[in-house]
Design a protein around this ligand. Structure first.
Ligand code: PHE
Length: 464
């Protein structure tokens, strides 16, 4: 089964490079932009409990499965299934993944474009002295402009395409290795600042808000707020944040060398990703409550709250700039992994050269993204399934396609691949002893598909 030699394909060169690239894919706007606003809209701590639960019981086993599928086959997300199960329709999972990459990257590029606008605004120091209300107003004014966000989005997509054309070793690995650790550091510093904001008192002595309330919101679960939507959102967010269910990890797995410990890599990536989401939550919610911003504000939340925190920091100008720069880079290391899924598929399956494949897919995705961006202004009345274009791309991809993809990947790994093959790949042909293998295998075969199925059935109202 170990057919093609990996040497003809590009690959990661070092262990740290693998982790940095996979973590680079996982850590992105999902952690810093989406996670906080999902927590805010879904009532806080209870969402977090479900999120953690899904990361450990479903996310991690599926990440391991995807790594195994990718490295075993050294192929793109579609061909990987065809190689492991020839003549059977499993490859449809990969096709759906490519479609999900298109949809996710369409709105992802838009939000990443917002971060570029914020870099620009930070550079010209326009946040200085602004209140949270003014920052929120400023964000809305920016969003209601049909042209400006699109310019940034297009610029961001061009950057993504340039890195993807550079290939694995030269582009992706080099960039992520250096910048991921710096991002981690800045978020920690912001968290400390946010936590120490204390109590916000206005001129007449009234309490406006307290930062400890943000911690309570994040860590004291209120299960009365939980309904099926909260649970589905938590599941979708777990998939989205770990880059699972659509072939990214399969594709990256195909570039990993045979001596890498996949199990350990998966654990490290999942840990880092969860840590960064949590740190983002710790940076944001104390400030949300201190400034008395509504936690339910939605996609604009971090763009309002973070510049407010920076106002309160010595060297605020520098921190704001550094933060948005790094956020854009974190978004870039995720967007390249999304684009790579589509490019690897088109280049290898349709036999188009890599540069051409990148240009064509980038143009298609950016066009869809333009519609997402316009749905914040001139196309706001256009609805798909009761949501505007942006929100429906987001909902359909994270809450429907990724969990469905994960469901199929778990079934595929558990039932279509031979147990001995799965074990061989995961243990590097027996080099590592896998103590927890039986439990892992049981989860992949039974628990993960069952749990995802259950959440689905509940959320469409067929159960409960
Ligand atoms: N995980 C990325 C983030 O959190 C987004 C992503 C989703 C990337 C799916 C690849 C695949 O920002």
């Amino acid at each position: 089964m170990r057919s093609t030699s990996p040497s003809s394909r590009d690959s990661f060169t070092s262990k740290f490079g693998v982790i940095a690239a996979a973590a680079g894919s996982a850590v992105g706007l999902g952690n810093i932009w989406k996670f906080p606003y999902e927590v805010g809209q879904n009532g806080g701590g209870a969402f977090l409990v479900f999120y953690f639960f899904f990361i450990i019981t479903i996310g991690l086993p599926i990440m391991i499965s995807e790594f195994v599928i990718g490295r075993r086959t050294n192929a793109n997300a579609v061909r990987a299934f065809k190689k492991l199960s020839p003549g059977r329709p499993w490859y449809f999972t990969g096709v759906m993944g490519v479609a999900a990459a298109f949809m996710i990257l369409s709105f992802y590029g838009v939000v990443a474009g917002w971060t570029l606008e914020y870099i620009y605004q930070a550079l010209v120091n326009s946040f200085k002295g602004m209140s949270p209300a003014e920052l929120s107003e400023g964000f809305n004014v920016f969003l209601s402009n049909p042209v400006r966000p699109i310019i940034w989005q297009v610029l961001f997509m061009i950057l993504t395409a340039i890195v993807v054309i550079g290939g694995i070793k030269n582009g992706i690995e080099k960039l992520t290795k250096v910048l991921m650790p710096v991002l981690l550091l800045i978020i920690i510093i912001m968290g400390v600042r946010s936590l120490t904001l204390g109590t916000n008192i206005d001129a007449s002595g009234e309490i406006i808000g307290r930062s400890v309330d943000g911690l309570k919101f994040l860590f004291q679960p209120d299960f009365s707020k939980v309904d099926t939507d909260v649970i589905l959102d938590a599941l979708g967010q777990a998939f989205f944040s770990l880059s699972l269910g659509m072939g990214t990890i399969i594709t990256y797995g195909s570039y990993i060398r045979k001596d890498n410990n996949l199990n350990r890599t998966a654990v490290q990536v999942a840990f880092l990703d969860t840590l960064i989401a949590l740190l983002a939550g710790i940076a944001i919610f104390p400030a949300v409550f201190y400034f008395n911003v509504a936690p339910t504000e939605g996609p604009g939340l971090v763009f309002t709250v973070l510049p407010s925190i920076f106002q309160k920091m010595v060297g605020g100008y520098f921190w704001t700039l550094a933060f948005f720069l790094l956020l854009a880079v974190a978004a870039l290391t995720s967007s390249i992994s999304l684009l790579e899924v589509a490019v690897a598929y088109f280049a290898e399956e349709l036999k188009i050269n890599r540069v051409k494949a990148t240009i064509i897919t980038t143009i298609m995705i950016t066009s869809l993204g333009v519609l997402c961006s316009l749905s914040n202004n001139v196309l706001s009345q256009v609805q798909l399934f009761g949501r505007d274009i942006f929100a429906s791309m987001e909902y359909l991809s994270s809450n429907v396609m990724l969990p469905l993809g994960g469901f199929l990947i778990a079934l595929f790994t558990g039932w279509a691949i031979k147990r001995s093959d799965f074990y061989a790949e995961l243990s590097n042909e027996g080099t590592y002893k896998l103590k927890m293998f039986n439990a892992l295998y049981f989860i992949i075969r039974f628990i993960a598909p069952f749990a995802i199925g259950l959440v689905f059935l509940y959320s469409v109202g067929l159960l409960g």
